[in-house]
Design a protein around this ligand. Structure first.
Ligand code: CP3
Length: 349
């Protein structure tokens, strides 16, 4: 069935289980590595033709049920003129990080983010033209996670020092998070206007109940409240700590919650309200396992979720660069075969 991803996200009946994988366009693909030999990561992100090409790679190679725009959560730093850069082997960072209230006060939210980040909007439009019926997921980082990547001394990579700074900088942190929430909402609104079919917000930092409640939840809520979503496209919240935080996530307006691998997805399905879909949650380490073991794990998820509405097959986090490409294809084939068998049984019966 076409657009099984969108139907499952709205908890409607589907004929096949939708499957896509976080970081499905990345270094584990030989075709990605090849294109990276010619272009830097930032060039790929900022050149709409290249971003479109990379977005489509996993659709062509593995026929995923959804495409996710090739970009990065740190791209939003470009809208604030913080000087986005990318160090090979390290990742994204900014030339002018935030370290004081003056730095936050100096930030200007652009009136027209669609012009400031026009390369993102162009990539969305180009990708949509190529995709036919496969839906395109736009995304942004959740304010807390994005904040950590924009702080001084690359604090995002040193959790203890990062949290020490955050806990000791109460008002700077809250005013920065407030600015980021407004900016993130207008960034996502521009993506919706440019034509994405769905949105995913990434809360990738590991957070306790208390830290999440204080620094993340109010700002996630603010982003979602500010979304202009006339077509009611599905909004997914992904978080690396969501199997413990789920009671806090149910009434903030998300259509889908994407879970980490710490709890069975069936348990999470049963724990949350039936009108919210669940996404997940194969442990990404299993993609490195021998195929037999990988198959066992995928089948266990599929069998446990059989007959449940509102289920999107994904990983608990992203695909590792070391994963063999044929293991990704293998997983997609298992999911599709499982559905085909189920349909046949249905017809016979
Ligand atoms: O395929 C997709 O998932 C779409 C594209 C995408 C990327 N990053 C491309 C990317 C998405 C959705 C992201 C989100 C992102 N970026 C997150 C949230 C999801 C998560 O993984 O928790 C975070 C925390 C980032 C920040 C980031 N980007 C880091 C820390 C790094 C360096 C470390 C790493 O994992 O490589 C990146 C780089 C990055 N973003 C790559 C890709 C394909 C690797 C690029 C390369 O080195 O060639």
């Amino acid at each position: 069935m076409k657009a099984s991803y969108l139907r499952a996200a709205h908890c409607l009946e589907v004929e096949e289980t939708p499957i896509w994988m976080m970081r499905q366009a990345g270094r584990f693909m030989a075709s990605f590595q090849k294109i990276r030999q010619r272009y830097s990561f930032i060039e790929l992100v900022k050149t709409p033709e290249l971003a479109t090409h990379v977005t489509l790679m996993p659709i062509h190679a593995f026929s995923m049920s959804a495409a996710i725009l090739f970009s990065d959560i740190t791209v939003i730093a470009d809208a604030l003129d913080l000087g986005l850069r990318y160090k090979e082997g390290f990742g994204p960072s900014v030339e002018r990080p935030i370290q004081s209230q003056q730095d936050v006060d100096r930030l200007v939210i652009p009136d027209k983010i669609e012009e400031k980040l026009s390369y993102v909007m162009e990539a969305i439009k180009m990708t949509k033209q190529e995709l036919d019926t496969v839906p395109l997921i736009g995304f942004a980082g959740a304010p807390f996670t994005v904040m950590t990547y924009l702080l001084k001394d690359n604090l995002s990579r040193r959790p203890r020092e990062c949290m020490k700074w955050i806990l000791g900088s109460h008002s700077v942190v809250h005013s920065f998070l407030d600015t980021l929430s407004c900016l993130t909402a207008s960034y996502l609104n521009a993506q919706i206007k440019a034509g994405v079919d769905a949105i995913q917000l990434f809360e990738s930092q590991v957070l306790s109940w208390s830290l999440f409640t204080t620094y993340a939840l109010p700002y996630l809520k603010k982003v979602i409240q500010r979304l202009e979503n006339p077509k009611n496209i599905p909004i997914t919240l992904f978080g690396t700590s969501f199997t413990s935080l789920y009671p806090l996530l149910q009434d903030i307006g998300a259509h889908v919650i994407s879970f980490d691998s710490r709890m069975s997805i069936l348990k999470m399905r049963q724990a949350i309200a039936p009108h919210i879909a669940v996404q997940g949650n194969l442990d990404p380490y299993y993609l490195l396992a021998p195929k037999e073991l990988l198959k066992k794990e995928v089948m266990a998820i599929l069998e446990s979720m059989e007959g449940q509405r509102g289920f999107i097959f994904n990983l608990g986090h992203g695909v590792f660069p070391e994963v063999p490409e044929d293991h990704v294809k293998f997983v997609v084939d298992i999911v599709r075969n499982f559905d085909a068998k189920r349909a046949q049984c249905g017809k016979k019966g």
